[in-house]
Design a protein around this ligand. Structure first.
Ligand SMILES: *Cc1c(COP(=O)(O)O)cnc(C)c1O
Length: 459
C-alpha cells in the first residue's frame, strides 16, 4: 500500500474540491448523542453498509404517499396526486436498478425481501436429481443465506435420500489461517464435485470481510460443470459496479436498505437472466401477471415476460418509496462518479488507519497463542477486491476486547457496526460521508484503542 495518509488540511481541501460534496445535504444525518454517544453534534455515520441514511426527498415522497392514501385511498392505485400510481410504482425505479446491475430492465423485479426472493428463486432453479443435488455456499455466508440454502434439499425427499439431504451443502471457506476466499480454491471445489453440483450461491461482496469476489471466472466454471450460478448482492448493489449480463449470472437477489437507503426492511428485488428456462417450475402470484391483464382477474395466469413474471404480491408502497429518492439522486450524479469518490474515501480511511500505532501489518498478524497485544489488522483486501467497507479485526482476538473498543468508538460518536466475535466494520458512503469524517473516524479508532489500553486488557 503506497497511498500516503492525508493530513487534516488535505482532507478539508478534498471536501471543498469534491464535485459531489452537495449530496450530503440531501440526507438527514443522525445525532451522535441519540446514537448512544457521549458527545454532541452529528454522528460520524459509517454504517451505510447495514442501514443507509434517510434521504430528505424520501421523507417528502413518503408524506406525499400518506397524503394520497388519506385523500384518495384506493384510487391511488390508478390515479395519483403526484403522478406515481401505485399500480406502476416500480416502473420509474427499474431503469436505474438495471443500470446498477449491468442488466436489462426486463431481467429485474422490485419485489419482496432478500431472503424470501432467494427462496422463490431456489424453489424454481434448485431442482435436484439423485445425481446432481449439491449446493455450494460459503460456510461463513450471511446466516440467512446459509439457512435458506440448507433448507431446500429437505424439500426434495421424493428424489433425494436422507443421506443426500444431509450432505447436500458444500461449505467453502478460506484456507486455514487465512480470512479471504481464493478464486482458485472455489474453482477447485467446483472441479472436484463437478458432476454433483446443482447450484452455486455466492456473495458479490462478503458481508463480514468486505471482500469483493471475482465473479466472471466463477460463473464460467459453474456453467462448464453444468450448474447454475446465483448471486447475493446485498452488499453489492449501490456499492460496487456489476455486470450481471456480461458475467452470465443466472439469478440474483438484493436488498435496498443498505447502500440504497430504502429504510429498515425496505423492499428488495431479484434478477433472472433473460432466456433462463424455469421448466414449468414457477411460484405464481397476481403481481406476476402482465400489467395489461392483471386487473382482469381471470383464472388464466398470463405472466409478464422476464423477471417480473415471478413477482407475487402488489408492491409495498411505504416500503418502496424511499428507494426512489436515492435512485433519482444516483441518476443525477452518476454511479461512476460515486464509485470514484467511494474509492477515495475508503482509500483515505485505509491509509490513515495504517498509520495508527495500533495497526498490525499483514506479515505481523499474531497467531492464536501469541495474540496478546492490543491492535487491529484490516481483513478487507485492497482494490479492486473491495467496495466501500473496511473490516477491522481487533486484537487480541479474545472475546470481550472488540466490544470494548466498539463501545469507546460509539462514545465518541462513530457509528460503525460490530460483527462478533472480533470485527468492526466501517463504511464511509460516497452519497453522504465526507473526507473530514474519514479523518475523524480514524482518530476515534485510535482514541478508542488508547482508552482500552489505559484501562488494561484484563478489565
Ligand atoms: C443484509 C443481508 C441479508 C438480509 O436479508 P433480509 O431478507 O433482507 O432480511 C441477507 N443476506 C445477506 C448477504 C445480507 O448482507
Amino acid at each position: 500500500m503506497t497511498v500516503n495518509a492525508p493530513t487534516k488540511d488535505q482532507l478539508k481541501q478534498w471536501d471543498q474540491e469534491d464535485k459531489l460534496n452537495w449530496t450530503r445535504g440531501e440526507f438527514e444525518i443522525p445525532d451522535a448523542r441519540k446514537c448512544g454517544a457521549k458527545v454532541d453534534g452529528d454522528a460520524v455515520y459509517f454504517c451505510g453498509n447495514s442501514l443507509g441514511l434517510l434521504n430528505k426527498r424520501a421523507r417528502e415522497h413518503m408524506m406525499e404517499e400518506l397524503d394520497v392514501w388519506s385523500k384518495t385511498a384506493v384510487t391511488g392505485h390508478f390515479k395519483h396526486l403526484y403522478g406515481r400510481p401505485w399500480k406502476h410504482l416500480a416502473d420509474p425505479m427499474l431503469p436505474t436498478i438495471a443500470k446498477l446491475l449491468g442488466a436489462k430492465e426486463s431481467e429485474c423485479a422490485h419485489s419482496s425481501t432478500l431472503t424470501t426472493n432467494m427462496h422463490t428463486l431456489l424453489t424454481t432453479w434448485y431442482a435436484p436429481t439423485p445425481k446432481r443435488w449439491k449446493i455450494v455456499i460459503e460456510r461463513g455466508a450471511f446466516p440467512s443465506d446459509w439457512y435458506a440454502a440448507k433448507s431446500h434439499p429437505g424439500l426434495h425427499r421424493n428424489v433425494l435420500s436422507e443421506e443426500q439431504v444431509e450432505n447436500a451443502i458444500i461449505g467453502i471457506e478460506p484456507r486455514a489461517g487465512e480470512e479471504l476466499l481464493r478464486t482458485e480454491d472455489i474453482l477447485k471445489v467446483l472441479e472436484d464435485n463437478k458432476d454433483e453440483i446443482a447450484l452455486v450461491w455466492l456473495p458479490m461482496v462478503q458481508y463480514y470481510t468486505g471482500q469483493k469476489l471475482d465473479i466472471p471466472p466463477l460463473v464460467k466454471k459453474t456453467h462448464e460443470i453444468g450448474a447454475l450460478f446465483g448471486l447475493d448482492m446485498a452488499h453489492g448493489i449501490g456499492n460496487v459496479k456489476m455486470h450481471l449480463d456480461d458475467w452470465g449470472v443466472d439469478f440474483a437477489v438484493w436488498c435496498t436498505y443498505k447502500y440504497l437507503n430504502s429504510g429498515p426492511g425496505g423492499t428488495g428485488g431479484f434478477f433472472i437472466r433473460e432466456g433462463l428456462s424455469d421448466n414449468g417450475r414457477r411460484l405464481a402470484g397476481w403481481w406476476g401477471v402482465n400489467p395489461k391483464t392483471r386487473f382482469d382477474m381471470t383464472e388464466e395466469f398470463d405472466p409478464t415476460p422476464g423477471a417480473q413474471g415471478y413477482m407475487h404480491s402488489n408492491t409495498g408502497v411505504l416500503g418502496s418509496i424511499p428507494l426512489l429518492a436515492t435512485l433519482e439522486l444516483i441518476d443525477k450524479v452518476g454511479f461512476d462518479n460515486l464509485r470514484d469518490k467511494a474509492d477515495r474515501l475508503t482509500g483515505a480511511l485505509d491509509a490513515l488507519l495504517r498509520q495508527s500505532k495500533y495497526y498490525i501489518p499483514a506479515d505481523k498478524i499474531p497467531k492464536d497463542g501469541e495474540d496478546t497485544k492490543l491492535g487491529f489488522h484490516i481483513i478487507t483486501p485492497e482494490l479492486p477486491y473491495r467496495g466501500t467497507q473496511l473490516s477491522l479485526f481487533i486484537h487480541p482476538g479474545t472475546k470481550g476486547i472488540m466490544p470494548r473498543v466498539f463501545e469507546k468508538m460509539v462514545d465518541r460518536g462513530l457509528v460503525g457496526d460490530e460483527r462478533f466475535p472480533y470485527v468492526i466494520r466501517l463504511s464511509p458512503v460516497a452519497l453522504y460521508n465526507t473526507f473530514e469524517e474519514v479523518g475523524r473516524a480514524a482518530a476515534i479508532v485510535e482514541e478508542a484503542l488508547a482508552e482500552v489500553e489505559a484501562e488494561g486488557l484484563g478489565k
